[in-house]
Write a protein that binds this ligand. Structure first.
Ligand code: PGA
Length: 250
């Protein structure tokens, strides 16, 4: 089964509109011959400017969160229609920083993913264990629970529009990467959870990224693993040259 790898930048709370324009203007020519799918998930305030610059390029436009309601009294939130109007193609859902600092649960991750899919936006669903969960041998249990929770009520026909990102929380922004073997092993556990839910064909077709201090130095080794289908890149997506070196890993 060959899956097209997807490497996506997660800018987090970085880059003003001016900085967005500078970064993307530098990045676009550098990655135009990428052999994988490329996306950048940018802060809400940068989406319009990024969309203008990315039109007609091979870089897909992404957002970093989405609310599940169509509209209404949810101060500070952004709906799927609002993102769709700006031609957003991908949206990160359930990033560990949202789970840790903003009360995100498996249930709200599921609601956000379903809202995105209902409007034709592809969720990048994040799962991953905390350090204490890894140390107490709970990694598999946690990622299976998060995967099962995220997919509640999602139709098999939607699976082709979903990407999963496995991000061990202790590896995010810390410079610590899971070994490629450990990352591959846990991604296989996630793939098996998808198999239990939807069958082998669906599991084989599901793209599952690794994320957590992925950079130019470790990308080739991680991408060589059979279960790893790309990366969700934080720190190394904030400079055009760094992100190019990840995207052009082969
Ligand atoms: P990092 O972040 O690459 O800076 O570790 C990855 C992420 O949080 O998506």
């Amino acid at each position: 089964m060959s899956r097209l790898p997807i490497i996506a930048g997660n800018w987090k709370m970085n880059n003003t509109i001016k900085e967005t324009k500078e970064l993307l203007t530098a990045l676009i020519p550098l990655v135009k011959d990428a052999k994988c799918e490329v996306a950048v998930c940018v802060p809400y305030t940068s989406i319009a400017a990024a969309g203008d610059l990315l039109r007609g390029t091979n870089i897909k436009l992404g957002a970093e969160n989405i609310h599940w309601a169509d509209k209404g009294a949810f101060t500070g939130e952004i709906s799927a229609d609002m993102l769709k109007e700006l031609n957003v193609e991908y949206v990160i859902v359930g990033h560990s920083e949202r789970r840790q600092y903003f009360g995100e649960t498996d249930e709200t991750v599921n609601k956000r993913a379903k809202a995105a899919l209902s409007k034709g936006i592809k969720p990048i669903i994040c799962v991953g264990e905390l350090l204490n969960e890894r140390e107490s041998g709970k990694t598999d249990e946690v990622v299976i629970r998060q995967t099962n929770g995220a997919f509640v009520g999602i139709d098999a026909a939607e699976l082709k529009n979903i990407v999963i990102a496995y991000e061990p929380v202790w590896a995010i922004g810390t410079g610590k990467t899971a070994t490629s073997e450990d990352a591959d092993k846990t991604i296989a556990v996630i793939r098996n959870a998808v198999k239990e839910l939807y069958g082998k064909g669906a599991a084989d077709a599901m793209r599952i990224q690794y994320g957590g201090s992925m950079n130019a130095k470790n990308v080739a080794e991680l991408m060589a693993m059979p279960n790893i289908d790309g990366g969700l890149i934080g720190g190394a997506s904030l400079k055009a040259e760094d992100f190019k070196n990840v995207v052009l890993y082969r």
